[in-house]
Write a protein that binds this ligand. Structure first.
Ligand code: SAH
Ligand code: SF4
Ligand code: F3S
Length: 444
């Protein structure tokens, strides 16, 4: 048996892909190792969304190269979005790399690794999403994590001017409704209790077969019927694809969690236009209000790009007002990073210090709402899905309906269960609690 180590960067879609790559390579006798200095094949599954993410990859390859100086060289594979964007350029910058493979070519990864010959470079960056999913539909998904991801949609046709995703993941593609349900059933029989449906634009999901159309709402309604599945989530959604049928699910579904990650990027219509977001702040607020009307228990998180070319102080203040209106929890905010090949790469950057200062201001505000929300739970009973026992600690880890991390004193046989937890403490990122009337001893 040969040993395989995959290090994953970037979004949840990469985490799902890495697991599917393990599933695929298992067929050629590769076993997963957790020792990253002892692998026969080392895969870096990479992210290209911001420049820093890309630089991390070369850093990491340098580190691995050093670790293997006096050992047999592993097959070094670069997968993911940097692989797609940089392709054979990567071999020039770092000759330690043997194989470069893009996200829509993973159906070839098994063959490419099997046929690998020393000192021969191989690059696979064709966008071939259909064949990829045909390949993976025939391979069992072995994930048995209590909370697992399931990709239903890939790629993006929206071409926001700052974003590499349409180039690295290719055009929008929706998987077969039936194959997704088959895979979900497999996951649930592995012991999975929570499924997060994934896509770069997950709510643009649209699959047609025999004149029938299936949307994300149809998937949610179908998953709802599976008794052993306890929770459903999805990410990342686009405000323009938040259709009425999907909004209705927040009333009809008992398993769909009332937490919506809905990226807005900026609170200024001028900036949204310069970003080519194709929606206005008013349209976003309209979606927010519709969702709140149907279920006022819903909480929201978002993504913000700070210091986009053309962003004035007034534009930034409009973003701040929007954050104050919606009180997003658990949001992401980053300074604009120009990406090669995108339209915004040619725009004039604003002053870096101004961007850094604005980032500090928005993060302070976002973190304060995070803390304020967490405070609400103190001394309250909240429902938590227990996911695992924490490494090196006699504690359990789980999440509440809003995806907040909860660390609990409790019994290991609670893993996989939805339990009532009394929250007795909190910080910005985590809630702490105990299970009432439960033997608090945790078995090692
Ligand atoms: N499809 C989702 C987002 C996918 S990318 C959407 O439409 O919202 C994830 C996040 O990365 C984006 O929401 C954006 O906030 C951030 N991002 C993308 N490109 C970026 C760039 N060039 N600089 C900084 N942040 C970026
Ligand atoms: Fe990128 Fe925009 Fe597509 Fe989201 S909608 S993946 S931000 S291009
Ligand atoms: Fe990064 Fe690619 Fe995901 S660029 S965020 S890994 S789609």
């Amino acid at each position: 048996m040969k040993k395989l180590f995959i290090k994953t960067f970037g979004c949840q879609m990469n985490i799902y892909d890495s697991n599917r790559i393990y599933d695929s390579l298992k067929g050629i006798d590769f076993v997963k190792t957790s020792n990253q200095n002892d692998a026969d094949c080392y895969i870096l599954n990479t992210c290209h969304i911001r420049d820093k993410a890309k630089e991390k990859v070369y850093h990491e390859v340098g580190r691995i190269k050093k670790n293997y100086e006096n050992k047999k060289k592993p097959i070094m594979v670069i997968a993911g979005c940097v692989a797609q964007a940089e392709n054979e350029e990567m071999f020039k910058r770092e000759p330690f790399i043997d194989i470069v493979i893009g996200p829509q070519s993973y159906h070839k990864i098994k063959d490419v690794i099997l046929k690998h010959e020393k000192n021969k470079k191989k690059e696979e960056t064709e966008i071939d999403t259909i064949d990829k999913f045909i390949h993976f539909d025939n391979i069992k998904n072995n994930s048995n994590k209590i909370s697992s991801f399931l990709t239903i949609q890939e790629g993006c046709d929206k071409f926001c001017h700052y974003c590499v995703v349409p180039f690295t993941r290719g055009p929008e593609y929706s998987r077969s409704f039936y194959k997704i349900i088959d895979e979900a059933t497999q996951l649930i029989s592995n012991g999975v209790k929570e499924i997060t449906l994934l896509g770069q634009n997950v709510n643009a999901y649209c699959y047609r077969e025999n004149s029938k159309e299936f949307r994300l709402s149809n998937l949610i309604n179908e998953l709802e019927k599976i008794p052993d599945l306890k929770r459903i989530r999805y990410t990342t959604s686009h405000p323009l694809d938040m259709t009425e049928d999907l909004i209705d699910c927040y009333k009809s579904s008992k398993k769909l969690m009332p937490f919506v990650h809905l990226p807005i990027q900026s609170g200024s219509n001028k900036i949204l236009k310069l970003m080519n977001r194709k929606h206005t702040v008013e349209q976003f607020i309209d979606v927010y209000e519709k969702l709140m009307r149907i279920n006022n228990d819903i909480k929201f998180s978002s993504d913000f790009i700070i210091g986009y070319p053309g962003e004035t102080n007034d534009d930034f203040e409009e973003t701040i007002s929007l954050v104050k209106k919606i009180k997003f929890i658990n949001s992401f905010s980053f300074i604009f990073s120009p990406r090669p090949g995108t339209k915004a790469a040619d725009y004039n950057l604003i002053n870096t210090n101004v961007s850094k200062e604005r980032l500090k201001v928005i993060q302070r505000l976002l973190f304060s709402y995070q803390l304020e929300t967490n405070k609400l739970f103190k001394n309250c009973k909240v429902e938590v899905l227990i996911e695992n026992k924490m490494k090196d600690q006699n504690k359990l880890f789980g999440r509440n309906k809003y995806l907040n991390s909860v660390i609990i004193d409790g019994n290991e046989n609670q893993i996989g269960k939805l339990v009532e937890v009394i929250i007795n403490n909190f910080n910005q990122n985590t809630l702490f609690g105990r299970i009432p009337n439960c033997d608090t001893k945790v078995y090692n």
